[in-house]
Structure formats: C-alpha cells, structure tokens
Design a protein around this ligand. Structure first.
Ligand code: ATP
Ligand code: ATP
Ligand code: MG
Ligand code: MG
Lengths: 156, 222, 156, 222
C-alpha cells in the first residue's frame, strides 16, 4: 500500500512540477508532511510564482491560487486520466494572459480526454474546438444552440 | 471514451426534452448569466450519481424538477440520460451488460430491482456511497465487434404532489442500483470524489482544503 | 428599538426593490421570518429574475447571486452611506451585459460615496472616472501607476 | 468625505514606501494576477483595524511585513497610513483631535499610551472588538475653518527576529487605542462588520449567510 502510494505520489509530483512551470511560469512541487510515513500526515502544495520566494498558500492572490489548484488537477489527470473533465468557470480569477495559458493547456490535455468547460472568457472560447451556446429567453426554458459544431450537427 | 450526448427532460431550467450532442476534445459552453450552463453540469452529476442534492444547488431532490412542469401535475418527473461512446475501450474493461450496440437489448439484467431512493427529505442522500454490488462480475467478458459501442446511464426522479419522491438508475435501459452504477463508473475512472468535475466557485477549494484530505486524493488514485 | 429597526428595514427594503429591478431586471424584496417580532427570526432575500417564478436563493446561478447580493449592499448604502466602498472583483461571475449594468449603478452611487473597485473587466474599467494600474515586475515589488488621473497627479 | 491617499511601507508585496493618491467618485484598480491589487484593500483593512489577520490572508500579523524587507534585518516594520479628506463633514461630527490641517499639530493627545497588540501568535486578534474608549469625548467640539481638512490614521507593525510583534495605532500622529480608533470611525460610518468592503470571492456570502446574521446587519444600521 505504501509502495502504491509512493509511486502515485512521485508521478503526480513530477507532473505537477512541469505543469505548474508551464501555467504560472514559476516553481512548485508537492510535499508530504511525513515522507517516511505519508499516511501519518497530509500533502502540501509548495508554490512560488516567478522569482518570488516561497509563499504560504493562504497569501497567494486569487489568480495564483487558481493556477496552482488547476496544476494539481492536471497533474492528477496525466497520471490517471478520467474520460471527461467538466470545469465550471475555473477561469473566473484569471487575467487575460493567464486565461490564454490555461486554454492552451486544456487544448493540449484534451488530446487525452474530453473537456467540457463553462466559460465567459474570450480566450477560452477562441481556443476551443467548438462552443455550445446556452440562452434563456425571458421567463422561458433554457435553449441550447450548437455553435461551430461540425456541419452535420450544426443545429439541434 | 467520451460523452456522446446528454439528454435532459424537465430538469432544472430545461422545460421540455433537450438532447445535447457532445464531441471529443475541447468544448466550451457559454451564454448569459442564469441561462442554464451550470445546470448542464448538474445534469451530469445527477445522472451519474456523483453528488448529493446540495452539490447540485438543490435543498432536496424534488427541487431539481422543472418548476413549470411540476406545478401543472400531480406527479412530475425529471430524467437525464448520459450516453458514452466506448469504442476505444479495450474489451477487457467491459462486461457484456456494458455494451449496448446503439440500443440493442443485451439480455442479462445488469442489476436486481432498482434500489430506489425514496424520501421526503434529503436525508435519503446519505445512501450515496453505494448500496452493494451483488450480481455484476467483471470477469464476465464477451469480446464484441468494435463498431459504434455506446454505454448509457439514465436516472429518473419522480415526485408526487405531496412531495415524496423516488429515484431510479438504469444502465443501457436496465435498472440497476446506484452501487452497481458506481462500480462500473469506477472501472471507467469516474469517481464521486474525483476531481474531474469542478463546480462554479470551487476551483480554489483544493488550496484551502486540509492537507490530509489532499493526501487522500492521491490514496484514491493509487 | 423595534421602531428603529422597522424604520431601517422599510427603508432598505424599498431601496432593495428598486435597485434589484434596475440591476437584474427582475423583482426582489426583503422578507422577515417574523414580521411581528423581527428579532425572533432572520431576514430573507426573495428574488425572482425576469419573469421567472420565485426561486430559492440556493438554486440561483452565480451571476444571479452576485447581482442579488450587490443589490442588498447598495440598498444598505442608500440608507446609511459609508464614506467609501472597496469592492474586490465583485464582477467575477457576471456576463458582459451585467458588468455594464453594475458599472453604471456604481457610477451613479459614486455621486454619494467614494468607490474603489478592483476589476479585470473592461466595461467596469471603461465606466470608471479613472484607473489605477498595479503591476509587479518579475520577483520585484508591486508598482502602482496612475492611469487617467487628473493631470497634476498623472504620475506617481 | 473620502480617502485622499493610502501610503504603504513594507506591507505585503509593497517593498519600499508607496503613496497612492485617491480621488472621490469612481476609481478602478486593475492589473495582472498577483500584482498587488487585493493587497491595497488589505492595507485599508489593516490601517483601520477592520479585520483580523485571516481577513487579510495572513496566518498571523508578522506575515504582513514584506518578506524581502524582513529577511534582511533583526527587527522589521510595516506601516500603512490612510488620509481622509473631511472637508465636507459638518463640524459637529468632529472632535478637535480629529482635525489636522495638513499636518499641523493639534495639541491634545487623542489617546493614552497606545494599547499595543503584542503577541507571538494570532490569538492577540481576539482583542479586535475594541479595548475601551476612555479619553475621547464627542462633545469636545471646536468649530474650525473649513479649508482643506484632513484626518489621518497610521498603523505600525514591528516584528522582532524571534517573531514577537507589536502593533500601534495613531490618529493624526497621536497614538491611540484600537477602541478609540473604532469609536471615531463609527462616527464616520465605517464599521468592522460593515458591508462597505467586499473581499475577493466574498460577494455571494450575503446569499449563503444565515438569515439571522443577515437581519443583524439591519440591526447594526438602525
Ligand atoms: N427546478 C427548476 N425549475 C426551473 N428553473 C430552475 C430550477 N432550478 C434552477 N432553475 C433556474 O436555473 C437558473 C440557473 O441556471 P444556471 O445556474 O445553470 O445558470 P448559469 O448559466 O450557470 O449562469 P451563471 O453564468 O450566472 O453562472 C436559475 O435562474 C434558476 O432559477
Ligand atoms: N509579506 C509578503 N511579502 C511579499 N509578498 C507578499 C507578501 N504577502 C503577500 N505577498 C504577495 O502578494 C501577491 C498577492 O497580491 P494580491 O493578492 O494583491 O494580488 P492581486 O493583484 O489581487 O491578484 P489577483 O488578480 O490574482 O487577485 C502574492 O504574489 C503574494 O505572494
Ligand atoms: Mg453558472
Ligand atoms: Mg486579488
């Protein structure tokens, strides 16, 4: 059990380091409270964006926390991919440049899994393979419109 | 493997029946506030039994039935069907009950009588973590032609005018227990506590969570 | 004490109704659990956006919740204004059209109080009287630049 | 009345001393992620004593001192000064200790020796809700010419190399207790539990809060 954990931890840690570097252009890694007996403690995310000294997680900005959390999720995905990922406005704290970085990473990860991403941000919409539009006329039901779906599915 | 379609009937802001086709790779869902984007993700959680009613922003399951629809009748019903495309799944991952070839009936019942969640309040959701997995043997594998394989999950919620409700799950049209559904989803690497669904406002929760909980995420995967 | 509360409640309620109608184009009002003895219960926000039947607060969308909460804050402001208001990314859930509505309301309320609003959204920036730019060079300290401040304060 | 300037010295991501001028009406603060926008609002909360360290995303007060600055010395210090323009405040709202005319010394000490928060951990923050208001009488009013009136608040946090710290408040350069500061802020309608400051991620908290708490907001104002 310890060996299975250690193998998973090392793989996810390795992924986290490279993904974090790409998303936030900084250095980050996973750290166990007790490396000898992992089940005796917890798992910490150590992150320091671009050239800043290591910061406590709590003092990170909204955008920095989002990128750190997403790096962890992608690190888990590269180790044990699920068939689909559904993200609801995970870009809400990100500035324009970071939305673009995230969108590029999702596009890359989408080669291995299906991504369904709810977003209001233009760089995210522009990176997607297609957009599904959702509207609700006054007092009426939700209506769904396919936008840019492949031709045979262009209308619902 | 990917989700091929989500069909919502009278579910939250979806009044009639809407079938949303989905493709592999990267899809964005966008639109104005309050239009129903998050409700589509709630529909996935609902059909696959991945969340209690609170995680779908409902105090209790009956709140999930479209209000317009339920106000006009004695008993109302909400349904969601999720169809997966499983063409690329190696056959050893599948039992013959998994493989429905575009609606063909596959014979063997994939579960005993549905363990219905019957309740008048959301304490029934305590049953969320599986109610037994008798009946399905993962070694019961039959190699199948690899053309157009689908795997579908349906959940039906019926609510009476007094507010009692029943919730039933079906795999490929055959009723099953939530436990059986979860067991099969697990083989596809879809888990209730998985981090593959991130709801609105939750992205930074991984940062504020307790370190032990975070370590348990790795335990789960290992 | 009861009369002071009742007077405050009625004033804030009246404000809430008109502000909510303007911001979310719907109907909303405040409701006491126990109108005879307010201190015996709590205060509820009843809101139903455009032509939808009354909805439970919990089932509202992220954008709808934001507009409802902000309507309440502005309703309090119109009754008992503070000299300044500091909002940090309160528009994060709002779509473009709602950011514009909110920005217009802030511009209006800013006739009575000073508003300092952190935002990444263009319609908000465009409605402001001025923008203060904040940057942080790699590994360096925060730097603040005045943008569009009145000429004599154009540089710091 | 409005905030005329905020000056930050070695506070969070502000390494040196930065004075930010502010004008009435509508100002937006914008910039890239992690640049320091939210830290400016934390500086307001810090100087006016409106929040415990957690509300400023610090586990304990010493975390608020710029790390670069504190790593190079035995004792380090962070300061924030907020200057208000009070030209439009009717004189009956002010005591003579309130009114500093652009730095002129106004004589009477507006408080006894500062009640310093001295602590090694954030349990000192329990003292947040006022430590007495002896000394200031709101009826001690002297009518003053209405030209260019300012009212300034400074808070200074000193941290030793062992990690102990002291925190002191000053009104117009005269030391005061946090309680006295809060009492004066109250007369200007600035309250620790006021809803005039909404931090990042908190806007919908009014929706999820308990109805009784929400009713108490009205109690406070009444
Ligand atoms: N049972 C129901 N019947 C009818 N409408 C419902 C029901 N439950 C929720 N709704 C409506 O669905 C809408 C919310 O939809 P949803 O949360 O999907 O919006 P959204 O597109 O994600 O918006 P946002 O961008 O603001 O997050 C609300 O207006 C809510 O009133
Ligand atoms: N004591 C400190 N010394 C130096 N830097 C600090 C200190 N405390 C916090 N910081 C840094 O301040 C930065 C956060 O600033 P802030 O939260 O103001 O960003 P922001 O502009 O609001 O970003 P966002 O748009 O992502 O919310 C972080 O990078 C954090 O590491
Ligand atoms: Mg939503
Ligand atoms: Mg911020």
């Amino acid at each position: 059990r310890f060996r299975a954990f250690q193998e998973a931890f090392d793989a996810v840690n390795k992924n986290f380091q490279s993904i974090f570097a790409e998303l936030s252009d900084g250095d980050g890694y996973l750290q166990l409270d007790d490396p000898q007996d992992p089940f005796n403690g917890g798992l910490n995310l150590v992150a320091h964006p671009k050239g800043k000294p290591v910061r406590r997680l709590a003092s990170m900005s909204g955008g920095e926390k989002s990128l750190t959390a997403l790096s962890f999720i992608f690190a888990l995905q590269r180790y044990r991919p699920s068939p689909f990922y559904a993200f609801d406005e995970v870009d809400m704290f990100l500035d324009g440049a970071n939305v673009e970085r995230l969108a590029r990473m999702i596009k890359h990860q989408a080669q291995q899994a299906q991504f369904i991403v709810v977003s209001l941000r233009r760089p995210m919409i522009e990176s997607a393979d297609r957009t599904i539009g959702v509207t609700q006329a006054r007092g009426a039901y939700t209506q769904v419109l396919g936008i840019d779906l492949q031709p045979k599915r262009a209308s619902l | 493997m990917h989700i091929k379609s989500v069909e919502l009937s009278h579910f939250k802001s979806f009044g009639g029946t809407t079938k949303i086709p989905l493709l592999p790779r990267f899809t964005v869902v966008s639109g104005p506030n309050g239009s129903g984007k998050s409700n589509i993700l709630d529909a996935l959680l609902f059909a696959l039994g991945l969340s209690g009613s609170r995680g779908m922003r409902a105090e209790r399951l009956p709140d999930l039935v479209n209000q317009n629809h339920s106000s006009r009748r004695g008993t109302s019903e909400a349904n969601v069907t999720v169809v997966f495309d499983i063409e690329d799944i190696p056959t050893e991952f599948l039992t013959d009950s998994d493989i429905a070839e575009d609606g063909a009936d596959n014979g063997e019942d994939s579960g005993e009588s549905a363990s219905s969640e019957v309740g008048e309040d959301s304490s029934a959701e305590g049953a969320l973590n599986g109610t037994g997995s008798a009946g399905d043997s993962p070694t019961n594998v039959v190699p199948l032609p690899s053309s157009s394989k689908e795997w579908s999950v349906t959940r039906r919620l019926r609510v009476t005018s007094q507010g009692t409700y029943t919730s039933n799950y079906y795999i490929n049209g055959e009723s099953c227990t939530m436990g059986q559904l979860h067991e099969q989803l697990q083989r596809f690497r879809i888990y209730p506590e998985g981090y593959n669904v991130v709801l609105q406002g939750d992205v930074t929760s991984i940062i504020s969570m307790n370190p032990r909980e975070r370590r348990e995420i790795i335990d789960e995967l290992a």
